[in-house]
Design a protein around this ligand. Structure first.
Ligand SMILES: [Zn+2]
Length: 687
């Protein structure tokens, strides 16, 4: 397949309207393709039909962009790229289609209170009056998409297609969605959020399955005409809330996973690990903008260091990088971006490409459960009052990744499909609200065979509750404190893990805690590390002990943090996702929990918190990467990093310079030193 070894990709973003004659009047495919070639780009994603629904090729289905005056921009870029041995991915916008929205009002999505998307003004999440959204559950819209996909695949011979926007920007109550739900369930669509209710959770699962089924439909439209064509669906919304219905299930409908992100390097490291593990084929692809920090800043370009960091971070996770550049409205580009900036970056990363694509070593796996992206405590809220911003379900796993990176604990992020084959010693379930039966089978087998499970916050399955010896009130029905500011009071057993905290100054938990209710006779099997302490009064109420805060007052003695052995393994439970805590002292508690669960690691690094140390094995050879993931530019160099691992290695080579590093061997461990780290280093160890 063409994607093998294809790591450098480009997209010219051009959702340009055509009310002004100047727009797209100066496109120059030859100049663009030549610039890509100069930069060393291996694949170009080219807009066939953007969000405007105005085609950049002579379509017979809707219409072309007027500024092109009949000129086949798509076809010409394809020809110029192929001439230069650059692969072409045809871009097609689904769901976001202004032409379809304007010409087919009955295809439009409808919000719970009856609005179409262009009715909104000045709101976030695409609600600004510019985006026309149509519903993928509408059969006529599907036939229009099918006709477009067939037309494109019959007219041109490209290597792949990118189907953008495979998600709902909002929960849709259009006639097609209502009809489908009624036919499948015999019921009206719910208008009140209620995660406590299995029926509501089933409604959401249905939406997620519908979206995955739409992805399967459009993928099939391509494959029926052009079986060799690779397919990528937009999957960035997998890291967003339940509203968008984008889940891991969509990854079964793609050749490789991909999506665009603008959230910095911790987020990139997290999502790159996840994509690496759920993609059917490698490399996956990570898209981000040339513009700093995102496309809204059309005229500012990210620094060389920042773009280099994006490229190398994707690469060490076995991922391709796709630069999203924005065309000027008149159709011109800035060739310097390619001829100078991207060329110099790819010249530096290209020699590293042959060393990657090995098996990443990890001791801790974080399970990112893409179908549990909700907070059970939103129950009772009206659909129109829901929050679009991700909550604990996203923060908890991401913050856990941050702590593991900070403490140089080798980790990976996995999806549901990877639960069957966990190689790490510890699996983390950070505030996972619902676990499906087959997922629970895999988790249970992992623990019974000797795996260690860390669980924080909600308990998403009856069997997990049972393994912990706890009573179960049903999924998303666990009792929690009324108090939204609580404390964890260390026991004698917990004094090492909770170092710095005691009865007078217990660990602050700036959220509600779930209440541990053991089944009769089970509490003796738990080793308790901390108990629940509540403030004197209810936070937020006028009655107070101290006017600015909610100091601890009621020591309940109720178990809150504990572990117990299960089969050959064990489970560690925390009554709140304390990994989301901001204070350093609190993060240190999570670090000590991980050290407690993981007495020995596959390797050790003393790199400072913003430097990520990764290691993999390829063809029997051991590699290390040090990535300086500083969020603020310019990136400051870091000096003297020591890495140590079991086994004897005689030589460590810096693969960028060929220089040999100092290596010492003692007590069964090899250690080596990196004198200075700028943006990245990849090191090969030899026996
Ligand atoms: Zn709909």
């Amino acid at each position: 397949m063409w994607i093998e070894g294809n790591y450098r990709r480009n997209l010219l973003d051009m959702h340009i309207d055509d009310w002004n004659e100047e727009f797209l009047s100066k496109v120059n495919p030859e100049e663009y393709a030549e610039a890509l070639k100069n930069a060393g780009v291996q694949a170009a994603m080219v807009k066939a039909m953007p969000h405007t629904g105005l085609c950049n090729y002579p379509t017979k289905i809707n219409r072309m962009h007027k500024g092109l005056k009949g000129y086949d921009f798509f076809g010409e870029v394809l020809k110029e790229c192929h001439k230069r041995d650059i692969k072409v991915i045809a871009y097609f916008s689904q769901v976001f289609d202004n032409y379809a929205y304007d010409h087919h009002p009955d295809w439009r999505t409808v919000t719970v209170d009856g609005f179409n998307h262009k009715d909104f003004r000045n709101l976030g999440w695409f609600r600004n009056g510019r985006y026309g959204i149509v519903c993928p559950n509408n059969e006529d819209y599907r036939q229009y998409v099918k006709a477009h996909i067939e037309e494109l695949n019959e007219m041109y011979d490209f290597e792949g297609m990118f189907l953008d926007m495979t998600f709902w920007p909002d929960v849709c109550y259009c006639p097609s969605c209502k009809k489908r739900y009624l036919e499948e369930t015999g019921k009206e669509m719910p208008r009140i959020i209620n995660w406590h209710d299995k029926e509501f959770r089933d409604f959401q699962l249905r939406r997620e399955k519908w979206m995955a089924e739409f992805a399967a439909f459009t993928t099939k439209c391509i494959k029926d005409v052009h079986p060799e064509c690779t397919v990528e669906h937009q999957m960035s919304m997998v890291a967003s809330s339940w509203i968008h219905a984008c889940t891991e299930w969509a990854s079964d409908e793609v050749t490789y996973t991909g999506g665009d992100y603008y959230g910095g390097f911790l987020q990139q490291s997290f999502i790159n690990k996840y994509y690496k593990n759920i993609t059917p084929n490698l490399p996956f692809v990570y898209h981000t903008s040339r513009c700093d920090p995102e496309l809204a800043f059309h005229t500012t370009t990210k620094s060389r260091d920042e773009l280099l960091l994006h490229v190398i971070t994707a690469l060490v996770h076995n991922g391709a990088f796709l630069l999203v550049d924005a065309i000027n409205p008149d159709g011109t580009i800035v060739p310097k971006v390619y001829n100078e900036l991207m060329k110099s970056i790819y010249d530096e990363t290209r020699p590293m490409e042959k060393y990657i694509n090995g098996d990443l070593t990890s001791d801790v796996n974080i399970w990112f459960s893409s179908h549990s992206k909700f907070d059970p405590n939103d129950s009772g809220m009206r659909m129109q009052d829901k929050s679009f911003e991700p909550d604990y379900y996203m923060n908890a796993p991401l913050k856990m990744a941050s702590i593991l990176r900070e403490d140089n604990i080798p980790f990976d992020v996995i999806g549901s499909k990877n639960l069957k084959d966990i190689k790490a010693k510890v699996l983390c379930l950070c505030h996972v609200s619902e676990i499906l039966d087959d997922e629970m089978d895999d988790i249970e087998a992992f623990v019974k065979e000797g795996g260690i499970l860390y669980v924080s916050g909600t308990i998403g399955h009856e069997r997990l509750s049972s393994m912990l010896g706890m009573e179960f009130n049903g999924v998303c029905n666990m009792e929690r404190t009324v108090e939204s500011f609580t404390y964890l009071d260390p026991t004698y057993e917990g004094k090492d893990i909770f170092e710095g905290f005691d009865e007078l100054a217990p660990l602050s938990v700036p959220m509600n805690q779930y209440r541990v209710r053991f089944k009769e006779g089970e509490e003796n099997k738990a080793k308790v590390f901390a108990t629940l302490t509540l403030p004197y009064t209810i936070p937020g109420s006028p009655k107070f002990s101290a006017i600015h805060s909610n100091p601890p007052g009621i020591h309940t003695g109720e178990c809150a943090v504990f572990e117990r052995n299960v089969g050959k393994g064990k489970i560690f439970y925390s009554s709140a996702p304390i990994e989301t805590s901001k204070p350093y002292m609190s993060r240190q508690v999570v670090k000590r929990i991980m050290n407690h669960l993981l007495p020995e690691r596959s390797y050790y690094s003393d790199a400072p918190k913003m430097v990520e140390t990764l290691s993999w094995v390829k063809n029997g050879e051991r590699y290390f990467a040090l990535i300086n993931e500083q969020e603020e530019m310019p990136i400051l160099p870091v000096h003297d990093i020591f890495i140590k691992m079991p086994g004897e290695f005689k030589r460590a080579t810096d693969l960028s310079t060929g220089a040999e590093l100092d290596v010492t061997y003692a007590d069964g461990m090899t250690s080596f030193r990196v004198e200075k780290l700028d943006v990245f280093k990849i090191i090969k160890l030899e026996k």
